[in-house]
Design a protein around this ligand. Sequence first.
Ligand SMILES: [Zn+2]
Length: 230
Amino acid sequence: MKNRTPADLVVAPRVDAVEVEAIIEDRLLARPRASVDREQLQHHLREALKLLHVDMEDENIRDTPRRWAESLVTMTSGYDYTDLKKLTTLFRKACSTADERCQNLVVIGGTYKTLCAHHILPFFGHFIVGYIPEAMIIGASKIPRIVEVHMRRLQSQEHLAHDVADTIERILEPRGIAVWMGGVHLCMVMRGVEQESSFMETNVLRGEFRSDERTRQEFMSIVSRRGQKG
Ligand SMILES: [Zn+2]
């Protein structure tokens, strides 16, 4: 934790969109995605189905390569800088240590759905993000948008949780950040061991969530109240 006096915090400048954009470019190494060649993608997906001896004349299948390609483009749109750029509307707001919002643990929860990087099958569930502000806060609705950008990439639950923590950490520089995720993984349900109970939990704890037992307990009790299955 940096030593800032309350007076410093009160006059902390409001960060504008251009500056946040620079943070995203520099620290998250985000680059524009070249436009996807949909025709090539459809062609290769069609070939893949043929290799599986799927009847491509079946009227139910005929248009599948096009639909499959479109859904893959959508579900990987988080690689596209223009999507990530929407984050530039995330205005960080300076807050003062005299302000209650800047002392307390901020907790935001929601749902996510994404594709596993290993099998390109869905996994989905709930997330809970907690952070303790240092001198910056953002609107509660922005956290789910950060999750949304990262979930539209091929992910593991572990990587997704760390990506969300990295982004919030880099934009807000909080005293601590915690990300809990719990999800059902269809690659475990539908293949391999075919486990019906495929619920997995991931916990990322940094800063005061790691160093301070009480802060960690406070977050974990919120997780156990709100984060259980469904
Ligand atoms: Zn998988």
